[in-house]
Design a protein around this ligand. Structure first.
Ligand SMILES: [Zn+2]
Length: 321
């Protein structure tokens, strides 16, 4: 079910931590808007990252959330940057169920970053574009839909100034799909993290590979017009909590016939568990696990959520029985 939006469309109860899919009828484009607040605070504050690292991981989380919302089946979507810069790794994964009749889609998000504090300090990266922090490397998109399905992985070189440039390039290269994308992550005056993004893509073509009733020049005009409108969206508007998401979409695209679909909720969470850690330890040679023992205990920490799983010698021995 879709809803046409207008100036009168009331604001949703909670205008943060969600993905809002929408469509522009006149320009035949589909889009998604994501706004993330408390979820970013939960993940980023848990690790006490330096500001530039937190912002970069925040962008990875915002982008993973907006990309995962396109999944039509249950599964795990992972977005991961790897490079030779001071921030060697950012990873965000999104798992959960898409919206179905009568049910709101619910996605659980987690993430972490790997970085070299000495290099961050030495290379004076404050205010530098994301690419300076990441260095040379790649951005990987992985879709894992469970045990009995193939894993899909797409990879694109790190290029441009930021991760959004890599995402645009990925869609252009892998799917010949032009993609409009604005993303912003910042702290507000109260020190709380805010992240948001808007993404636009063409609607799928018909079976014959054409858009019925549309000449190529129409499609180009539609695209150019929508990109122009998207470019008028400022970072402040994207992140402004007093401007509800639907009001922002209406402000930007009211001439294009915007319609919104059901939202996906986003929440911070983790998939680690005692059982998974035990399984992982069982998969390692016993001697190797014994070497991990410190003060009579083996401690396994989850890189995503910082949870620590402790095993004393008796518990370890029981694992191998
Ligand atoms: Zn965890």
């Amino acid at each position: 079910m879709t809803t046409e939006i207008s100036v009168e469309t009331p604001a949703a109860d909670s205008d943060q931590d969600f993905v809002q899919p929408f469509q522009l009828d006149r320009s035949r484009l589909r889009g998604r808007l994501v706004r993330i607040g408390p979820l970013l605070d939960t993940i980023l504050n848990r690790h006490a990252y330096p500001e530039p690292v937190a912002r970069l991981l925040g962008e990875t989380i915002v982008l993973a959330s907006i990309l995962a919302a396109a999944l039509k089946y249950e599964g795990i979507f992972t977005l991961q940057s790897k490079g030779d810069g001071p921030v060697s790794l950012t990873v965000a994964d999104v798992s959960g169920s898409p919206a179905s009749a009568g049910h709101v889609g619910r996605h659980v998000v987690r993430g972490y970053a790997g970085f070299d504090p000495d290099r961050l300090q030495a290379e004076g990266v404050d205010g530098q574009p994301a690419r300076q922090l990441l260095g040379r490397g790649y951005l990987a998109f992985t879709v894992d839909q469970g045990q009995h399905t193939d894993r899909y992985q797409g990879i694109v070189e790190l290029l441009g100034d930021g991760l959004d440039d890599c995402v645009r390039h990925y869609f252009h290269q892998s799917e010949q799909l032009a993609t409009g994308l604005r993303v912003s992550v910042a702290r507000d005056a109260a020190g709380q993290w805010r992240g948001a993004a808007i993404m636009l893509q063409a609607l799928p073509e018909d079976d014959a590979g054409r858009h019925p009733d549309r000449k190529p020049s129409d499609l180009e005009d539609d695209w150019r017009r929508a990109m122009l409108l998207l470019s008028t969206c400022s970072e402040a508007e994207l992140l402004d909590r007093s401007l509800p998401a639907n009001a922002l979409l209406y402000r930007l695209f009211h001439e294009e016939g915007p319609r919104v679909y059901a939202r996906h909720c986003l929440e911070a969470g983790c998939r680690c568990s005692q059982q998974r850690v035990e399984q992982m330890l069982r998969g390692l040679p016993q001697a190797e696990v014994a070497e991990m023992t410190v003060d009579g205990q083996v401690v396994v920490s989850c890189e995503f959520c910082n949870s620590a799983y402790r095993f004393d010698p008796d518990q370890l021995a029981a694992l191998y029985r």
